[in-house]
Ligand binder design. Structure first.
Ligand SMILES: Cc1cc2nc3c(=O)[nH]c(=O)nc-3n(C[C@H](O)[C@H](O)[C@H](O)COP(=O)(O)O)c2cc1C
Length: 224
């Protein structure tokens, strides 16, 4: 499975089977996380075989069960967009390895002893990882026209990028993003206003990665 195929196959999964993630897959995730941290200046950390974060009332309220593995999304304060972009790379890699996932901002219990949050860093949330009881379901879709502006003819690569972005996970499925096609194959990506704004930048990083994978990096450049 390619990362592009993983975009279509991925859905948030909140209930997991007890099967552990095999050591070779954990190693693959660890290597990819180390690379993401180098490229993005982040401090993402894999936490395996740790059921406490999803053992309390919050996890139950969030309908989570059986979560024993997760990635702690730790980054320097203000790096939310990079955390979304590189974190989603790990999410899609996990999907290609046959694993399921779910970004979790709220419905888990912090476990400070299980990962490091250095001075100047923040824990934005975690990504649950493991073998899901199901593969999840497609989130409700809004019309594509809500997500972009363009003058004149819209090229195929732009539509493919947009489709991939619309399949991306966003906090509470808010999908507060907008792409503008500019002259010279430039694309501007922005957040839309929302009263619940805490995850807008993280969501923007996630949808920008999806857009890049869908559109093909060589076909455009980001504006601004
Ligand atoms: C930044 C972020 C935070 C999220 N936080 C939670 C959460 O606390 N609890 C939860 O159940 N789902 C959470 N989600 C998952 C979203 O609800 C889910 O991605 C969205 O409904 C779209 O569904 P899909 O991922 O199946 O496409 C979060 C997603 C993102 C991107």
């Amino acid at each position: 499975m390619t990362l592009q195929e993983a975009i279509a196959a991925r859905h948030s999964v909140r209930q997991y089977r007890p099967d552990p993630i095999e050591p070779a897959k954990l190693e693959c995730l660890r290597e990819a996380i180390a690379q993401a941290n180098r490229e993005g200046g982040l401090h993402l950390q894999l936490v395996a075989d740790e059921p406490q974060a999803f053992s309390g009332g919050l996890a139950k309220y969030g309908k989570f069960s059986g979560v024993a593995n997760y990635m702690a999304v730790v980054c320097p304060r203000g790096s939310d967009e990079a955390a979304g972009y590189y974190g989603e790379r790990i999410v899609l890699l996990a999907q290609t390895l046959g694993l399921n996932s779910c970004w979790v901002g709220l419905t888990f219990k912090k476990q400070p002893g299980c990962y490091t949050v250095a001075q100047g860093e923040v824990l934005l949330g975690v990504v649950a990882l493991g073998y899901g009881i199901t593969q999840g379901t497609q989130h409700p879709m809004k019309p594509a026209s809500q997500f972009f502006s363009a003058e004149g003819e819209v090229p195929g690569w732009f539509n493919r990028g947009l489709e991939a972005a619309m399949l991306a996970p966003t906090a509470m499925n808010m999908q507060k993003f907008h792409f503008t096609l500019l002259p010279g194959s430039k694309v501007k990506a922005e957040t839309r206003f929302s009263l619940v704004g805490s995850y807008l930048k993280l969501d923007l990083g996630i949808v920008k990665l999806h857009f890049e994978l869908g559109a093909g990096e060589g076909n455009f450049t980001w504006a601004g």
